[in-house]
Write a protein that binds this ligand. Sequence first.
Ligand code: NAI
Length: 798
Amino acid sequence: MTILETFEMMNYGPAPEDPREAVNWLDEHERRFGLFIGGEWCPSAGKKRFDSINPATGETLASISSAGPKDIDKAVAAARTAQSGWWKLGCHGRARYLYALARQVQKHSRRLAVLDCLDNGKPIREMRDIDVPLVARHFYHHAGWAQILADEFPQHEPLGVAAQVIPWNFPLLMLAWKIAPALATGNTVVLKPAEFTSLTALAFAELCREVGLPPGVVNIVTGDGETGAKLVAHSDVDKVAFTGSTEVGKEIRRATANSSKRLTLELGGKSPFIVFDDADLDSAVEGLVNGIWFNQGEVCCAGSRLLVHEPVADRLMDKVRRRMESLRMGSPLDKAVDVGAIVAPVQLERIRSIVDRAVEEGAHCYQAEVPVPDEGLYYPPTLLTNVGPASHAAQTEIFGPVLTSMTFRTPDEAVALANNTVYGLAASVWSENINVALELAPRLKAGVVWVNSTNQFDAACGFGGYRESGYGREGGREGLEEYLVPSWSRQLPRLPESSGTKSAPVSGAAPGSGPALGIDRTAKLYIGGKQTRPDSGYSIPIAAANGDHLGEVPLGNRKDIRDAVEAARKAQAWEQSDGHSRAQILYFIAENLEQRSDEFSSRLQRMTGGTSKSAAKEVHTSIERIFSAAAWADKYEGAVHNPPGRKLTLALQEPMGVIGIICPDDTPLLAFISLVAHAIAAGNRVVTVPSASYPLIATDFYQILETSDVPAGVVNIVTGRPDELSPVLSAHAGVEALWYFGPISGMAATKAESVSNMKRVWTHEGRAFDWYDPRQGQGRELLKQATQVKNVWVPYGE
Ligand code: NAI
């Protein structure tokens, strides 16, 4: 076509990026890469290799080493050796390296951009204007965090060695999200890029050498899922950070259940893109282009489910179809291209099969009639309508340029549809009425909500999901916390292996052979604000320390747990109540406990066999603890971020939802109160299994709850055997988080069962907590576990 013809058609002519410099770089390495371990390039011990292919041309770009177990051992050992020196380098020392990395990324920005285009198939425009600038920003921002770390996180230490596994959709950006916070906080890293896209990670390794990063601080091991599985399971790894599919996230949770490795999982999504009838429809259409056709839709937080208000549905769909026709699909190296190639044949096949199935199930499929290049892996922008909310296409993460569309009539219906998936990564709300948008934001189960915008990211703003989209945040202050531990936690003594395993027989078999007390209280379960009999019809006799029969508690079972979870879920109004109201109820609980403190002290003393002084101290501290939780109820607040550009991000601390709590035997009243009071102070409802040895102290507490205006269902108490009840709670889809302080023997099973809905599990990790220590038993550490951050992005300023 001549220039004149192009001019007359007003079509974009080709504007190819010259890949020569990146190709030269590959040639300099003879298109053959080893592993980057301890600051050196090394061959893989197993000599296994695979090719990296350009999905737009089918060309083999380079031969990549596949790391085996010996290589992983070597890389983890290098990271371990380097770690103490890296930490001792101090804040300023680490900050300088992070700054140097930021500068080096900028200096080589075009090479890095082209390499990811070649390897992944993503358009150069996006790499140049979005990915690479965000990578540099991430290192700059974290250079800053490294500098001020000691002031901002006093008495904190790095976890140690971090194993990081990343996907192929944003190869360099995901690397930056992983490496920058780990390094800023004094950890060292072994990172495995995805097998389809290893090149920018290898190029980054070279940048590490160029800035003189101490050997072993960053190690890059390439390979497939098998390499990843070996890395995350390595016994000398302290932290696993993973981004990828929910399926693999679940495998990783199971594989690490028997260890104390800290986990952050950034998993899949099926994010709603909600358009109200008063939205600026043209802006919403551009938002959709960014939401679902950015990066070919291979985005974990892609706005892949369009929910449109019925009155404007036809109008919006017309506009969407027209806009789809003007999207330009083609060579990723063409600067005028919007939609590039799909990363690999397997992914293309996956997209095809999901769309084919949707059509078979009755969906209407509209595909843009955009010219498809003759070679390469391409899939046209696609719109599926007439899909049911529960259909496969509307529920499955497609990870391709495919939008499913549904309509809604009312805001309530929009919320119900939006939340109707197992995921909870992101959501986008479009309305010119700020009231509408901000009324919806808190009701959406999503870690990120974009108002009148979509796919916004920044190093200062935490990113991560609710529900099966994973847990933990990357970016911002909360992202750093995922790589730090409070120093006191390192000094905690180990619990004896047998701790908390004392399991009483069911009633009749009687421990406590001593005389029964005069008045035997018949404790019941406490569910939905009522004292109820257990489903099992059994009770457990509870003996005093001296062997006397103290009373009996019900033997709760699976059905009782289900009832308790149901009651907790019904008490959702607690979540919406404000901190001020919750504080008042907590103060009232403290007041009522105070009135009965003598009774609780003597009961406690008889149960545990301690002195009257120690029992009185435990009751007194428990009252103080409730005061502390009440004090925090309206003070554990979020933050407002100012990311670059015309926006504000409100980082809100939201309750987890329903928390299952398995209480320890140690200081049974104080531990129970510390855990429950903080959980409910943050707006959660709880299902608690009290200490197995001293459950009567919790059943006595019912009366306090009943007289303190605690709404029914906010606190539910199911007595029984923690090792039986904990896996039930952990597997329950209606429980959002689990705090496990029971016997060590039940810890791994509890973690493994949590994959049911990817609930966050917090445990003692085999350490003896001192519940008297305010650093361990109250305040921010507990509230952090009781909340998850939701980032709401709102347009702001001119
Ligand atoms: P994946 O989850 O298998 O791969 C992500 C990373 O994990 C890669 O580096 C891979 O080598 C590694 N990996 C695989 N199995 C592992 C294991 N058992 N232990 C440790 N590491 C392991 O994703 P995949 O197969 O590339 O894509 C499949 C689907 O997953 C996509 O169609 C998409 O729906 C979803 N996905 C979601 C991502 C997200 O960010 N939410 C990213 C990539 C894929």
